[in-house]
Design a protein around this ligand. Structure first.
Ligand code: IVH
Length: 699
C-alpha cells in the first residue's frame, strides 16, 4: 500500500473527490468510507500526479491544504493547527531526517520520538489555569466549540496546577477499555455501536444531548502561549512542563516520548514503539519524530499544512474495511458453539485475514451485524482478528440477517442458550471425536496414529465413546476396522500403552477441563501431585494454585465432578497414575530422580511443593519466535515443560515480572517489550546451553 499507484488525468479528479469526501467524513464525525491505508495511498497517488502535472493542480486537492476537513467550525484558532507529513518506512524516515539536516545545515541538536495517538486533535484554552474553551481542529484554521464535552475527558484538568494562560493541544481518544465500555453503554441505550475507537472519539466529542456519558482520554503534545514565550522550550522539556501542569501526556505510557541523540537511536525507538503497539491500551497509527530543540524548529519552520521539523512514521492500519460474507458455527470440544465471521480476504499489516472471531451470539446482536455488511475488522500483533462493527451508512438494503442455529450444528441436539456462550446440551459428548483428537494430541497424551481419521472411525464404529475407551481397545477390535493392518494396529496399541504412563499434567490437560490449558494443567498437577488429590480439592484449595481465581476454581471443581465417571475409569485403567509428576528437582534430587521413577512412586503434594531448584530457579521465563538448534523440535508446551523441569516458571506474556525471554527467529513484539523493560534475552542456542542437563534425550 506504500507505493503510490499511478493516476491518469481522467482519474485525478475522481481521486481528489474521493479523498476529499473521505477526509470530510473523517474530520466531521469519524465515519469513514476509506481505511487509513487506502486514504494514504490515494493521497500519495494524487501527490505523485500533481508533481508530474503541476498545471492541473486542483484547488480541492488534499495535498495542499492546511488540513483535510470540510467540517469547519466557526471559532478561529489562535495559530493554525497543523497536520504532519507522513513517511512509510525506515528509509523514508532516514531521507526525511537527511533533508532536515540539509535545510538546517547541520544535524538537529536532538530528536524527540513519541507515539502518534490515533484520535482527534483538540485545543483547550485555559485562563489563569482554569479551562475556558475546548475546540476541535476543524479545518486547521477554525474549529468547533466542544467545551460541553470537557468534563468527560480524562487527563484534561478543569484547573491546572498553576494559574497560567495557555492553550493546550493534543489528542483525544478512546482507550480500548473505554471503547468497549462505550459500546456496551450505547447498545444498552439502543444506539448503534461505534465502528472503532477513532470513530467513537469523533462522535463523542461532537455529540450533544446524549442520555448517557462516554469517557475519553486526552494526551497533550503541544502548547501555545505557555509562559509567554512560545518555542523557547525544547519539545521534550515542554512535555514535562505540560505534565507538571496536570495534563496527561504519553509519558504516562510504555510508549513514552524519548529524546534521542542520533538518527540511529530515533530508528531504534520508532521500532520499539511499533513493537509495543499491540500491547498498548490505546490505538496508535504511527510514531512521530520531532526535532527537539526550539532553535532547530524555528529555523526549519512550517509549510501551510505541516511543520518541517516533525514527521509521522505511519504504521500499517490495524483496522480495515471488508465484507462479511457468512457466519460459521463451530462446535468446540466442550460443546461450546462459537460463531466465526467469513470475510472477503483483506490484508491487515501484511497478513491476509479471511476469518475473524465474533465471540458469541450476544456479541453479534450487540454489534448489529448483517450478512453482506461492510465491516471494520481489527487485527493487532498476535491477537485473533475480530469484527468490530458494520458500516451501517453503507448498507444497500441487500444485507441479510444472520441466522442463529436452533439446534447443535454438529449433533442436532438442543442448545443451552442460558449463558452468553451457547453450548450443545450434550456438552463434551457431542464432541467425542474432537475430544479424542485433542486428548491424543502431541501436547497431551501424544498417541501417534490416533489422528482425526482414526478417531472418527473409532467413534463411528461404536468402539470409543470417551477417552477411557481408547485404553480398552483390543487388537481384534482394531483389526476389524477398515484400512487397519496388523502393523498399524500394533503401532497404535504400543502408542496407547505409552500414553497410559504419561505424567499427570498431560492426562489432566487431555481431559479438556474448561479453564485449564496446558500451562494451568502443569501448575495444578505440580501443586497436587496426583489425580486423587486434585479430585479431592474444593474450590478454596484449588484457588491456592497460582493463576486460579475463585471463579475459575469453582468452574474446575464442577468440571471435574462432571467428569467423575470418566476419571474413575481412567484411574482403574492406570492412566496418569504410574509416573511421578515432574516437578523442579533439587540438585541432589535430580541425580536420584531416575531411581524414584523406577520405584514407581507417585508425586505427593509435599514433594510437589518443594522449593524449585535448578538453573532456572526463581526465573519467570517467556518463549517467543521459532526455536532453533537443539530446541528446534520442541513444541511450545514442551518448552514450557522444560522450563518448569529446570525450576523456572513459564508464562506466555512479557510483563514486569518476567526475568528471562528466550527469543527465537522472527521474535516480534515480545522481544521489543522485553528489551524495553530491560529483561535478559537469550537465543535458543544460549538457552539450550544453560539447560543442557535438562534437555530431553533425543530418541
Ligand atoms: S504534532 C505542529 N504529535 O496526528 C505539530 N500530532 O496526522 C502538529 N497526532 O493533526 C501535530 N499524535 O492530530 C503531533 N504525538 C503527536 C501526535 C499528533 C497524534 C495527530 C494530530 C495531527 C495528526 C497529523
Amino acid at each position: 500500500m506504500n507505493n503510490a499507484a499511478l493516476l491518469t488525468s481522467g482519474d485525478y479528479a475522481d481521486a481528489v473527490a474521493t479523498a476529499t469526501r473521505a477526509a470530510a467524513a473523517y474530520y466531521a464525525d469519524g465515519t469513514t468510507t476509506l481505511g487509513d491505508d487506502e486514504y494514504d495511498a490515494l493521497v500519495r497517488a494524487i501527490a505523485a500526479y500533481e508533481q508530474e502535472h503541476p498545471e492541473e493542480l486542483s484547488e480541492q486537492s488534499p495535498t495542499g491544504k492546511v488540513a483535510g476537513g470540510a467540517a469547519e467550525g466557526d471559532v478561529p484558532h489562535s495559530v493554525p493547527m497543523l497536520s504532519l507529513d507522513n513517511v512509510f518506512s525506515g528509509e523514508e524516515l532516514a531521507d526525511w531526517a537527511a533533508s532536515l539536516e540539509r535545510r538546517l545545515g547541520r544535524a538537529p541538536a536532538g530528536w524527540c520520538v513519541e507515539p502518534k495517538l490515533d484520535g482527534l486533535a483538540i485545543a483547550a484554552r485555559y485562563e489563569a489555569g482554569a479551562l475556558r474553551q475546548v475546540l476541535t481542529r476543524g479545518n486547521g484554521l477554525a474549529g468547533e466549540d466542544i467545551t460541553h464535552t470537557a468534563g468527560d475527558v480524562l487527563g484534561l484538568p478543569a484547573v491546572l496546577a498553576e494559574p497560567v494562560d495557555v492553550e493546550l493541544r493534543g489528542e483525544v481518544l478512546l482507550t480500548h477499555a473505554q471503547f468497549e465500555l462505550a459500546n456496551e453503554i450505547r447498545t444498552a441505550h439502543g444506539a448503534v455501536p461505534f465502528a472503532n475507537p477513532r470513530n467513537g472519539a469523533a462522535g463523542t466529542l461532537r455529540a450533544k444531548d446524549r442520555p448517557y456519558r462516554i469517557e475519553l482520554t486526552f494526551f497533550a503534545y503541544d502548547a501555545v502561549g505557555l509562559d509567554g514565550a512560545d518555542g523557547a522550550l525544547a519539545h521534550s522539556a515542554l512535555l514535562e512542563r505540560l505534565a507538571a501542569l496536570g495534563a496527561n501526556t504519553a509519558a504516562s505510557t510504555a510508549a513514552a516520548p524519548q529524546r534521542c541523540e542520533s538518527v540511529e537511536e530515533v530508528q531504534r525507538r520508532v521500532e520499539e514503539i511499533a513493537g509495543m503497539r499491540a500491547a498498548l491500551p490505546f490505538g496508535i497509527d504511527g510514531v512521530v519524530v520531532k526535532a527537539d530543540d526550539a532553535a532547530d524548529q524555528a529555523q526549519a519552520g512550517s509549510g501551510s499544512r505541516a511543520p518541517r521539523w516533525a514527521v509521522a512514521r505511519k504504521l500499517a492500519a490495524e483496522h480495515k474495511v471488508t465484507r462479511l460474507l457468512a457466519v460459521e458455527w463451530a462446535v468446540g470440544r466442550t460443546g461450546i458453539i462459537a460463531p466465526r465471521a467469513v470475510l472477503e480476504p483483506v490484508v491487515i499489516d501484511g497478513v491476509t485475514v479471511s476469518f475473524a472471531t465474533l465471540h458469541n451470539p450476544a456479541d453479534i446482536e450487540r454489534r448489529g451485524l448483517m450478512l453482506g455488511d461492510r465491516v471494520f475488522v481489527y487485527r493487532a500483533g498476535d491477537v485473533i482478528p475480530r469484527v468490530e462493527a458494520p458500516l451501517v451508512e453503507e448498507r444497500t438494503g441487500a444485507e441479510q440477517p444472520i441466522v442463529f442455529p436452533s439446534a447443535c450444528p454438529r449433533c442436532g441436539e438442543a442448545i443451552d442458550t442460558g449463558e452468553q456462550r451457547w453450548r450443545c446440551v450434550r456438552g463434551r459428548n457431542c464432541q467425542a471425536v474432537a475430544s479424542i483428537i485433542y486428548a491424543a494430541g502431541r501436547d497431551q497424551l501424544d498417541i501417534e496414529g490416533l489422528g482425526s481419521t482414526r478417531a472418527v472411525q473409532l467413534v463411528e464404529a461404536g468402539l470409543v465413546r470417551d477417552l477411557a475407551d481408547v485404553f480398552t481397545l483390543t487388537r481384534e477390535q482394531l483389526l476389524s476396522l477398515e484400512r487397519m493392518g496388523s502393523t498399524s494396529t500394533d503401532n497404535l496399541l504400543a502408542a496407547i500403552e505409552t500414553a497410559r504412563t504419561r505424567p499427570l499434567n498431560r492426562v489432566l490437560c487431555a481431559l479438556g477441563v474448561r479453564g485449564t490449558g496446558r500451562s494451568m494443567s502443569r501448575r495444578i498437577a505440580a501443586h497436587f501431585g496426583s489425580m486423587a488429590a486434585i479430585r479431592a480439592a474444593d474450590a478454596e484449595t484449588l484457588a491456592a494454585v497460582e493463576g486460579i481465581g475463585p471463579e475459575k476454581a469453582r468452574l474446575v471443581v464442577s468440571e471435574l465432578a462432571e467428569l467423575s465417571a470418566l476419571l474413575d475409569r481412567l484411574a482403574a485403567l492406570g492412566v496418569g497414575t504410574q509416573v511421578t509428576e515432574p516437578t523442579a528437582p533439587a540438585p541432589a534430587a535430580a541425580e536420584t530422580a531416575e531411581g524414584a521413577g523406577a520405584a514407581g512412586g507417585t508425586g505427593t503434594a509435599e514433594g510437589a511443593q518443594a522449593a524449585p531448584a535448578g538453573p532456572l530457579a526463581g526465573e519467570a521465563v517467556v518463549v517467543t519466535g521459532s526455536m532453533t538448534g537443539p530446541l528446534a523440535a520442541l513444541s511450545r508446551n514442551e518448552m514450557n515443560e522444560l522450563i518448569e523441569r529446570a525450576g523456572g516458571r513459564a508464562s506466555s506474556s512479557v510483563s514486569k515480572r518476567t526475568t528471562l525471554l528466550v527469543a527465537g527467529e522472527k521474535a516480534g513484539s515480545k522481544r521489543a517489550k522485553a528489551e524495553e523493560l530491560g529483561i535478559r534475552v537469550l537465543d535458543p542456542e544460549q538457552f539450550a546451553t544453560l539447560l543442557a542437563d535438562h534437555l530431553p534425550v533425543a530418541a
